[in-house]
Design a protein around this ligand. Structure first.
Ligand SMILES: CC(C)(COP(=O)(O)OP(=O)(O)OC[C@H]1O[C@@H](n2cnc3c(N)ncnc32)[C@H](O)[C@@H]1OP(=O)(O)O)[C@@H](O)C(=O)NCCC(=O)NCCS
Length: 161
């Protein structure tokens, strides 16, 4: 089944729903590498800082207006030599996975990253049962690198659709 979401830039008022989506993954999985869910205030700052730095922070809305998930990009490392290299982050509400929303959201994020000046996008994916994330990134051109205990996938942003 494919659900067509509306994808738009995040605003401060999205922080509470972003926090809720992310918190569920902190509580139930290991993909986040977090132990405690960040507060809505922390997410409000993250949205603000990401957009201030010129990188996309996107929200996927379902037809009824419910936030289905979010994705954003941040500079990979702070040194200026990394200014064209970003890491992506993407999380959907568990009740809407497997409907094509992640693909739509990440496709738009990669396009917006290119527009914002990214030349390479990295995704750090825990090698512990993240088949959807691995499949999604592979299908959008990311290649696996790194050891068997961790995945550091990258996509040449200039060649993504
Ligand atoms: C990872 C995530 C964003 C993917 O979004 P999604 O909407 O579920 O994925 P889609 O339905 O768009 O499917 C994308 C691709 O992954 C494949 N896929 C989806 N779920 C899969 C699964 N459980 N196992 C294997 N492949 C899967 C689809 O077949 C599709 O492949 P294709 O593009 O070659 O046809 C979403 O599942 C999610 O939020 N997961 C939990 C959090 C997470 O792991 N975030 C990433 C941290 S690195």
């Amino acid at each position: 089944m494919t659900t067509k979401p509306t994808i738009r830039p995040a605003i401060a008022a999205d922080a509470l729903q972003v926090a809720d989506v992310y918190a569920e993954h902190v509580r139930t999985g290991v993909a986040t590498f977090d132990l405690d869910p960040p507060s809505a205030r922390t997410w409000e700052q993250k949205i603000s800082e990401t957009r201030r730095d010129g990188w996309p922070f996107l929200i996927a809305d379902l037809p009824g207006g419910q936030v289905a998930g979010f994705a954003y990009a941040t500079q990979w490392r702070p040194k200026p030599g990394y200014r064209h290299t970003v890491e992506d982050t993407i999380y959907l509400s568990p009740d809407v996975v497997g409907q094509g929303i992640g693909r739509a959201l990440l496709t738009r994020l990669l396009a917006d990253c290119v527009t914002a000046g990214a030349r390479q996008v990295l995704a750090v994916i825990a090698d512990s049962g993240q088949p959807a994330s691995l499949a999604l990134h592979r299908s959008l051109g990311f290649r696996e690198s790194g050891g068997s205990r961790g995945w550091e996938s990258s996509s040449d942003a200039r060649s993504t659709p």
